[in-house]
Design a protein around this ligand. Structure first.
Ligand code: FEO
Length: 396
């Protein structure tokens, strides 16, 4: 059922508590997610975004409990990935002539997805739609995170319907940011930024600066996933400005995979070396085949430097490490230092290959890395500890 947000605006979305993966298997959602849709009732009635396809019938059934669909004057499609446009076909079956406001790219995507010639009204930044006592203003936000993305600002209630931006994959019935666990909320918000928005950081900063330059009063940010930012909505904007600007904490993350524990022993010895220095740096170790890949990407996002390790297997790398490097390359991380390590028995190519792949993924590789033959003995462990100490000096 709907939840009233203001006198005019009602949340009519779907909380998906059971979602464990999003974008196929690309993004883990251990806290579920939500697909937020909003109904505005002014002199005109407006539906903003819908929900993911599997919930289309449930969405329309619930929407009908709020309103006769024929009373909907306009639909606004801020972004047309299927998690937001999924119920459109189900709605349009009943109200086929209703205008759908979206960007030009949005219309192309909707046609490509649903193969229907609906009544598209394409809008650009600054275009407005008067709906009675409020006006809706559209702001294109291309590549945040798709070419069609836009936001809609509602005057009077001073709400920014931001779609994916400022969202989190975080299921909650509580709806508002001050009604949930703050640690969980920000953990999901940074994971979302790190894994979805990092490649587009330069667009994020520019778009936020542009929106701030309008000097619009802002009482709420209504996202399309997770909570509504009602209490101090500017706080998530400030976080985005930090995250978009080559964000890093004083952290080194050591990511490795291991076959018979030699590369794990290397990782632990290097970590010990780092902690033996008087640096305040935080060190985290993550086994790529055991930890969640999106959590690892989040930790890389937070790090000023990483170390990545794989033993040599069949003249190459373990697949968990190769997969992560492919993900990391797509993130286009900037300003992060890196080096490789790994154990070997005979051919021993992994460190050289890792070094090249780290460079290819945009990391600033600071040395040729370090290898250990078979199982590190006490002398080798000391060498690795010293390597860890020197790594801290190099990245200072
Ligand atoms: Fe939540 Fe880009 O869809």
């Amino acid at each position: 059922m709907g939840k009233k947000i203001t006198d005019k605006v009602t949340w009519v979305g779907k909380v998906d508590w059971e979602l464990t993966y999003f974008h196929g298997h690309e993004y883990s959602t251990s806290k579920g997610s939500s697909y937020n849709s909003y109904l505005i009732r002014d002199e005109k009635t407006v539906l903003i975004d819908t929900v993911w396809l599997p919930y289309d019938k449930e969405f329309v059934t619930n929407l009908k409990k709020e309103i006769d669909l024929k009373q909907i004057d306009y639909i606004i499609a801020n972004h047309n990935e299927v998690d937001h446009s999924g119920a459109l076909a189900e709605i349009m079956r009943e109200i086929p002539d209703t205008p759908i406001y979206c960007t030009a790219n949005g219309a192309k995507i909707l046609k490509g997805h649903y193969h229907k010639d609906w009544n598209f009204v394409t809008v650009k930044t600054g275009d407005t739609l008067n709906i009675g006592s409020s006006t809706l203003t559209f702001v294109e936000a291309p590549m945040l995170h798709w070419p069609d993305s836009m936001m809609t600002y509602m005057s009077g209630d001073n709400i920014l319907f931001s779609n994916d931006a400022f969202g989190q994959h975080y299921a909650t019935e509580s709806l508002y940011n001050d009604k949930v666990d703050d640690c969980e909320l920000f953990a999901e918000a940074i994971k979302y930024y790190a894994n979805i928005l990092t490649p587009f950081s330069r667009f994020v900063s520019k778009k936020i600066e542009e929106v701030l330059s309008f000097n619009l009063p802002l009482d709420m940010i209504c996202t399309s996933h997770g909570v509504i930012w009602k209490n101090k909505p500017a706080q998530i904007i400030e976080k985005y400005m930090e995250w978009a600007n080559n964000y890093q904490e004083n952290q080194i993350t050591i990511i490795y995979d291991t076959m018979w524990d030699s590369t794990r022993k290397m990782a632990e010895a290097i970590a010990e070396g780092i902690t033996r220095t008087d640096s305040e740096v935080t060190v985290k170790l993550m086994n790529a085949s055991k930890e969640d890949k999106n959590d690892i990407i989040t930790e890389i996002f937070k790090s000023k430097a990483i170390l990545m390790g794989s033993p040599t297997v069949n003249n190459g790398l373990l697949y968990s490490i190769s997969g992560l490097l492919e993900m990391a390359k797509g993130m286009k991380f900037k300003n992060k230092k890196a080096a490789a390590f790994g154990s070997y028995g005979w051919s021993g190519e992994s460190v050289k290959q890792l070094t090249e792949k780290l460079k290819d993924a945009g990391f600033e590789v600071i040395n040729d890395g370090i290898r250990s033959l078979w199982i590190p003995d006490a002398d080798e462990v000391k060498k690795l500890i010293d390597y860890g100490k020197s790594y801290v000096d190099i990245i200072k």
